[in-house]
Design a protein. Sequence first.
Length: 332
Amino acid sequence: MTLRIHFTGEDLARTHIAPQPDVLWETMLSLYRLRRREQTLVFGEWKKTALGRVPGSVRMLTTLVPVRGYTVDFLTPRAEPGSVAGGMEALRRTTGERLRGDMAELLARHPGKRLPGWAERLAAGCPDALDALVGAVDGYFHACLSPYWPHVRAQVDRERARRARLLSAGGWEAVFSTLHPSARWSFPVLELSYPADHDIHLGGRGLLLQPSFFCRQTPITLRDPHLPPILVYPIEHDLDWARGQAPDRRTTLTGLLGATRTRVLETLAEGDCTTTELARRLGVPPSTASRQATTLREAGLVNSHRLGQAVLHTITDLGVAVLGGRWSGLIA
């Protein structure tokens, strides 16, 4: 199954990377993580805490966000970046036509699903039902996501900075080809693995690339191709994020990795480097820099992406956690 996004030259000029995490997308995607038995290493600690905080009104959301399959598009309207209040206001402005259409699609995509009375009122565009839904989204966000939001934002900020560096060094080809392991970019089409075959023709509207903390496995987009185009894709994670701290292992790091590899990791913590730049900063031959970066990549501490004739090396979240202490604060 493949998602195909069709570009024109005009679309490339109007494509950009979201400046902050999207409150509504993270709210919706975190509901998947909360109810699915997956990614316990990354989300296990958060799930243990969040499950004890879930308000009763979350049942409204789980009706609209099934564990698998179609979720209503209207839950993730385009809103002011990173603003909780802006997201709630955008949701409150959902039109009756959009509510009716998406609720009908929900029933069609999930045969046999029965809707509670409030959902029928929502589909009919009743303001009180929409107000109750906005309250449920707001209550869930503040109970289960708000305590972790500074870290979510820091992780997404870091991913955006990485994408900006890739764009500067290698253009959109470098950005698109490294979005996801399944990404295949050959102008004018970007292809990615997806739960179903789906085509989006941008038609000059451009594309918003939205890094997401709670997105996992494959990127995701809206079902309706006429809505403002967006591609939500997963970022890398600090494995200790839910505890709010990274392990401090700096005192034994040299003994574990060796002096040169430790210097490589610390240098990449200060900023991405090509092999040539890395060798120059360390004062070693390029072959040595390449060999040490390869070893760190095999250990999951570094990512490497080819940009034309060069290779760009980036420290991973695990690499930051291994460095510990001041480095996690510096990069976040």
